[in-house]
Design a protein around this ligand. Structure first.
Ligand SMILES: [Mn+2]
Length: 415
């Protein structure tokens, strides 16, 4: 069984108002080429197909067009699992139709766990392996939260729930697998020791976080675990078989220096998986220039924008110089017109942040922290403390707040 592992496409994503459809198109074309070149039997998507639960029509078109072309390129089986950004209902809506083309969709945890086990078939219709297609597991898929539960109790409950889920789904796969074929799994979760981008992504990760899972949560019977959720490619707990493919395109300035790739895996019965990491080209460069006005201007002038197919997207972070003053000129206007003069349509400044010295601290004792570096939950807790709420009350309100966030998250209305 030879399959391609990818995740976190976030089709329909906009970055500070800019459409990322062009790099998505290019990355999907590159994946299709790999499917042909490497004679891939199956495509395995570990979640976050779309950026929101209600993706734009253009993103849906991209998705369906890709699926059709992947089948034409020789994919015998396609497995799509839902991530925290996906709406399970939206992803599942065309399930019966797609099944006719051997495209299997598991948008959310299924009522009968055996429904998450997919027989992977090649183009001749021969079963060559099994995939435990586990989507992002929501609180309600695991166990309901208990009143008065502490953070660590909650985390332990979730971890136990996730472990239990994998034990059950692998047992179901083993029952079906009378031929002794390789069994793999997917997952959309935050694994222990996982490296996220810089602070920009903190909020996103925390909202979708369901406690941290170690590599040992995945039964030994799994020859490979294809993970999604973290956008930077990495293995979990130094185990080669448990890894994140990462996102195929940079979705945020925090990912500007990350390698983008897919993983091609070949599994033969009773052998460790043979794993090949295949880098994807950078179609669009995301760049951040930070420093004083003068430093940012110098960096902008010395940049080489000619190396990439698509216009470079730039974020500027300007800090006050030693006199503590900005130049009197409007920064947005100044740098945008400078970029146009230097690079024409090859560069677009999508965001200019002017960092001012804060006069009122965000919260006591840490006057350098910027609001966007904090998680929502942290800010909420600080507010409760400031209002003089008691510890027990804070615990309860935090839990309600969390449930509310996760509800919103499920509807794709946030993060
Ligand atoms: Mn994601």
């Amino acid at each position: 069984m030879k399959f391609l592992h990818t995740a976190d496409w976030h089709l329909g994503r906009r970055l500070h108002g800019q459409d990322l459809a062009a790099e998505h198109d290019a990355a999907l074309d590159a994946i299709l080429n790999l499917i042909r070149e490497h004679r891939i039997d199956a495509l395995v998507h570990a979640g976050d197909v779309f950026d929101t639960g209600t993706p734009p029509q253009s993103a849906l078109k991209q998705y369906y067009s890709f699926l059709t072309r992947a089948v034409q390129a020789g994919c015998g089986t396609i497995i799509i699992t839902g991530g925290n950004h996906d709406s399970p209902a939206a992803l599942n809506a065309p399930r019966d139709l797609l099944e006719a083309m051997n495209i299997h969709v598991v948008g959310g945890a299924t009522e009968n766990i055996a429904d998450e086990v997919i027989a992977v078939k090649n183009t001749s219709g021969t079963t060559i392996g099994y995939c435990c297609a586990v989507p992002f597991l929501r609180d309600k898929d695991l166990r309901y939260s208990l009143p008065g539960e502490s953070d660590s109790e909650r985390s332990q409950r979730l971890i136990a729930g996730i472990r239990g889920h994998y034990e059950k789904v692998v047992a179901a796969a083993q029952t079906m697998n009378t031929e002794g074929l390789p069994i793999i799994a997917t997952g959309h979760l935050f694994a222990q020791g996982g490296i996220t981008g810089d602070l920009d992504n903190k909020e996103q990760i925390h909202v979708g976080n369901l406690g941290q899972i170690g590599a040992d949560a995945f039964p030994e019977a799994l020859v490979y675990v294809a993970l999604g959720h973290l956008h930077r490619p990495q293995t979990v707990g130094k185990q080669e078989r448990v890894r994140y493919s990462g996102s195929p395109v940079a979705l945020d300035f925090s990912e500007r220096d990350d390698a983008k790739q897919v993983v091609i895996v070949e599994c033969l019965p009773s052998q460790p998986a043979s794993i090949e990491v295949v880098p994807l080209p950078t179609f669009r460069r995301l760049v951040r220039f930070s420093g004083t006005w003068e430093e940012v201007e110098a960096a902008l002038k010395s940049y080489d924008a000619s190396k990439y197919t698509l216009p470079t997207f730039v974020e500027l972070r300007i800090v006050p110089n030693s006199e503590g003053l900005f130049s009197g000129v409007n920064a947005d206007e100044h740098f945008r017109s400078l970029a146009t003069k230097l690079y024409g349509s090859q560069m677009l400044i999508v965001r200019v942040v002017q960092e001012r010295k804060r006069t009122v601290p965000v919260f006591a004792g840490n006057d350098d922290t910027r609001l966007e570096e904090l998680t929502r939950e942290f800010v909420f807790e600080e507010l409760l403390k400031r209002e003089g709420k008691e510890a027990a009350q804070i615990l309860e309100l935090k839990q309600t707040y969390r449930e509310l966030l996760s509800l919103l998250n499920e509807r794709g209305e946030t993060a």
